[in-house]
Design a protein around this ligand. Structure first.
Ligand code: BTN
Length: 252
């Protein structure tokens, strides 16, 4: 279905929204706009990305017309050391927006995966551009299937609910939720975000997981988040490791 940009614009007045039929990656265009001085909250979105970016240099599957692929310029007074907290705040915002727009409840997997029934329905990528942060959010909305490589890992809001969902409504909720959680982080610091993420995620405490760190695979039980938003993993010998990055997966 054609994206009703006019309705989105009328619901988000005073906010620059740059919408593209096809683009390599909204991250690249949002970075360019950030350098050009565009205001906080500026949204770059696309119907299709031909080189959608995921974490660790992976590609983000961006089927035309099915998903929400957006990057938002953020100019809050966060200190740069809070980038992991911004990622957690964006996960909370994405989960809240999905709940409000679709009634679907999500789980959050540290640091940036939004899950329904253990499968990923949305992902978040944050990067710095000068003093701005570019928040890249991809939501699998109306995909009816995924390429074979992702079928066990990915889901869409449509597959999870057997209903088609409005990408426009989702974007309007997402913009409001991102504003709300970023304002909270700016005003009150990391504590409320850490507390909310810990409540919203089944992965923060007591989950047996493996963490792929590229060169090594760590196994252990999750034991909370530290004040910077990093995951604490307790090994079988009782030692605690702070996980700065890596793909977290449940394991036995
Ligand atoms: C991940 O989970 O690996 C992060 C995925 C982030 C995907 C979004 S889609 C919109 C924005 N543009 C991109 O190229 N990537 C992000």
């Amino acid at each position: 279905m054609a994206f009703d940009l006019e309705w989105v614009r009328s619901s988000l007045p005073d906010r620059p929204i740059h919408w593209h039929a096809s683009i390599a990656s909204t991250m690249i265009e949002a970075s360019r706009l950030a350098v050009a001085g565009y205001q906080s909250g500026t949204i770059v979105g696309a119907e299709e990305q031909t080189a959608g970016q995921g974490r660790y240099g992976r590609a983000w599957h961006s089927e035309p017309g099915s998903g929400l692929y957006v990057s938002i310029v953020l100019r809050h007074r966060f200190v740069h050391s809070t980038l992991p907290l911004v990622t957690l705040a964006l996960g909370l915002a994405t989960s809240e927006a999905i709940l409000k727009a679709t009634d679907l409840a999500c789980d959050l997997r540290w640091p940036n995966d939004v899950l329904i029934e253990s499968r990923k329905c949305a992902g978040i990528l944050t990067q710095l551009e000068g003093s701005a942060i570019i928040a890249g959010i991809g939501i699998n909305v109306n995909h009816s299937a995924f390429p074979k490589a992702f079928t066990d890992l990915a889901t869409s809001l449509r597959l999870a609910s057997h209903r088609i969902h409005s990408r426009e409504r989702l974007l309007v909720e997402l913009a409001a939720s991102v504003d709300r959680f970023c304002a909270l982080l700016e005003k009150e610091g990391g504590e409320p975000i850490l507390a909310m993420f810990s409540r919203a995620s089944s992965f923060v405490y007591g989950r047996r997981v493996s963490v792929d760190q590229g060169h090594s695979l760590l196994k252990g039980t999750t034991a909370g988040l530290n004040s910077s938003g990093f995951l604490i993993l307790q090994g079988d010998d009782g030692t605690k490791n702070v996980i700065l990055a890596g793909g977290v997966r449940p394991c036995s």
